[in-house]
Design a protein around this ligand. Structure first.
Ligand SMILES: [Fe+2]
Length: 271
């Protein structure tokens, strides 16, 4: 059976029209991986995947991280069901996942189990398209800069007055990491590596660097680079974590909102 693709905007997002049986067969896995890289984020409506099925499709897309329960992670602000509930409030701000890693995860999948009413939307910004749209002179100016990323930078946004104990946990749990501002991927394409974890620019004063990071985040999250996903039950969504930033609209801690996530291992070093 064919896989049909409907682009959501010129720069980002695509709906995949595919039978559930075809999705589960893995026959289109390579094509879907390519679409994830090209479109930044793709989704199937009405898939209604059971957890085992989500895991099966995830395994067809790459190496599934052994986080959570056999790779199935609860994404919720409820501490009873999510071990990372405290950190997840950071997802209200533009970020990439694993920005402190040498090799941030390639992709992740989401499958909603309990949505808020109305559902909190998730946004994805194409950081390849944002880079490509700049004039050459500006690209050249950014190509050599290096950015210090830290969990602390992103967590300060949700906990601006942390205790000493908390800040030490942030700093030791995920030590800071230096990445190029512009990620040159194995296939030659370039994307910005930005987001809430981006603290300052190595070659600049703290003030100048933070101003530049803010300017570029504003640039990269303009409407022409962004896809807003309005969740429906039955959705199955996959995004390229290496070429997008994402965030979710804030929702109440006690809302019960729960999405099941799988994470596909990184396949290329940041370079
Ligand atoms: Fe995230």
């Amino acid at each position: 059976m064919a896989l049909n693709v409907v682009d959501m905007t010129p720069a980002i997002g695509a709906e995949l029209i595919i039978d559930k049986a075809d999705l589960l067969s893995g026959a289109h896995a390579e094509e879907i991986r390519t679409l994830v890289r090209q479109r930044g984020v793709v989704f199937v409506r009405g898939a209604h995947l059971e957890e085992a099925e989500q895991l099966k499709v995830s395994h067809s897309l790459g190496k599934v991280q052994e986080a959570g329960k056999e790779g199935l992670q609860n994404i919720s602000l409820d501490k009873e069901i999510s071990i990372s509930a405290d950190y997840l409030r950071g997802s209200f701000f533009w970020h990439i996942d694993g920005a402190s890693d040498d090799m941030p995860n390639f992709a992740a999948t989401l499958n909603p189990k309990k949505l808020t009413d109305p559902p909190a939307s998730t946004y994805f910004a194409n950081t390849y398209a944002a880079y490509d749209a700049l004039p050459d002179a500006e690209k050249k100016q950014y190509d050599t800069l290096k950015v210090v990323h830290s969990l602390e930078a992103s967590q300060r946004m949700v906990t601006p007055e942390p205790s000493y104990e908390t800040i030490r946990i942030w700093q030791t749990h995920r030590p800071k990491k230096v990445h190029p501002l512009v990620w040159t991927h194995v296939d030659g394409r370039k994307s910005f590596l930005l987001g809430a974890t981006a603290d300052y620019v190595q070659e600049m004063s703290i003030e100048e660097g933070r101003a530049l990071l803010t300017k570029l985040r504003d640039w990269a999250t303009q409407p022409q680079f962004v896809y807003k996903h309005e969740w429906e039950y039955g959705d199955f969504l996959i995004w390229d974590n290496t070429g997008t930033m994402h965030r979710v609209d804030p929702y109440p801690v006690d809302s019960g909102r729960l999405l099941i996530r799988t994470t596909i291992d990184g396949e290329e070093q940041v370079a």
